[in-house]
Write a protein that binds this ligand. Structure first.
Ligand code: Q9C
Ligand code: ZN
Length: 333
């Protein structure tokens, strides 16, 4: 199994997070230790052949993203330090402003996704990781694991948030689309709103997501069952929200429903957005999925019998994230 990985992600290390508590910033959960823990776990178990991604350039992001959006993200002014907006656009009212900070507020949808001077290297490295994984799947390798960091599934064509800047899984799906229909299965704890949005009107990429009920879980404004796609893509989006506290059995029942939809769509290949934040011990997620369940998820996904690219998304318990990924890949192989 190819494992695509670069340590460039270490260059992006947001120290603190604002989570609505106006009195106190907290340690940011999306930290370098996450990917380092996964890489260490795979290496110490001798799982996979590690391979550096082939670098990509800004223009390679245009298959999914708006040009002005990526150029802002990747080239904030020198010496700007950590940057985030203090005002967010409601785009039905908004004109696009000129200053970099105000422009960030045009493209960003939350207060938890800061951009640091070295973040662009990590963002491009993560996107390259997914793209190289896609190329390997096209070349006949399966499964392939893209150890991406930062994650991507909350980023849309022209917006970012949820610790995500560009959409790694969507970039990979676009690349694999050259070989035919693609399904994206998102098992991160959070709804993959960005990926859904990118492919919402497409009938060549199916999107299915199993996640915590957005009434009570981030990203709150999407991931409901009545979101089923639009125009040519009507019927090509499927959402399976779950109550907080959901355990293995109910989780796997929802996964089976998602997998039947994918089987009916009959894709040439599958991209799996893997977050381990549904794990019972995760500090961000509030579902109750066991370590053993990750192996069963991998098994059931493998039983579709399609080539699979796994793209790493969330998962914040640095002590168990490696084991959850190992179990998943074990089940898949
Ligand atoms: N203090 C992904 O898993 N809000 N993104 C969490 C916790 C944002 C998660 C608040 C969660 C974003 C890729
Ligand atoms: Zn998540």
């Amino acid at each position: 199994m190819h494992v695509i990985y670069t340590n460039e992600h270490n260059l992006h290390a947001p120290p603190l997070e604002y989570d609505g508590d106006l009195n106190r910033m907290k340690a940011h959960p999306e930290r370098p230790e996450r990917a380092n823990a996964i890489a260490d776990a795979l290496r110490s178990e001798g799982v996979g052949t590690f391979k550096d991604p082939t670098p990509i350039e800004e223009r390679d992001l245009h298959t999914v993203h708006d040009g002005a959006f990526v150029s802002l993200l990747l080239s904030l002014p020198d010496g700007a330090g950590a940057m985030g907006p203090d005002s967010f656009a409601l785009r039905r009212l908004a004109q696009k402003p000129r200053g970099p900070k105000s422009l960030l507020g045009y493209y960003c949808f939350d207060a938890q996704t800061p951009v640091y001077p070295d973040s662009p290297h990590a963002i491009l490295g993560s996107a390259a990781t997914a793209c190289t994984g896609a190329t390997d799947v096209l070349a006949g390798h399966t499964p392939v694991y893209a150890l991406c960091r930062p994650p991507g599934h909350h980023a849309g064509r022209d917006y970012y948030g949820g610790y995500c800047y560009v959409n790694n899984a969507a970039l990979a799906a676009r690349r694999i689309e050259a070989a035919g229909r693609v399904a994206v299965l998102d098992v991160d704890y959070h709804h993959g709103n960005g990926t859904q949005d990118v492919f919402y009107t497409s009938n060549s990429v199916y999107f299915a997501s199993v996640h915590a009920d957005p009434n009570v879980a981030y990203p709150f404004f999407s991931g409901y069952p009545d979101e089923t796609g639009a125009e040519a893509g009507e019927g090509c989006t499927a959402n399976y929200p779950l109550p907080l506290g959901t355990r293995d059995e109910e989780y796997l029942a929802a996964l089976d429903r998602a997998l039947s939809g994918i089987a009916r769509f009959d894709p040439a290949a599958l991209v799996c957005s893997l977050g381990t934040d549904a794990y019972e011990g995760d500090p961000v997620g509030k579902l109750s999925v066991s370590e053993a369940c990750f192996r069963e998820m991998g098994r059931r996904i493998a039983s579709l019998g399609r080539p699979v690219l796994v793209v790493q998304e969330g998962g914040y318990d640095v002590h168990t994230i490696g084991r959850c990924v190992l179990r998943f890949l074990e089940g898949l192989s």
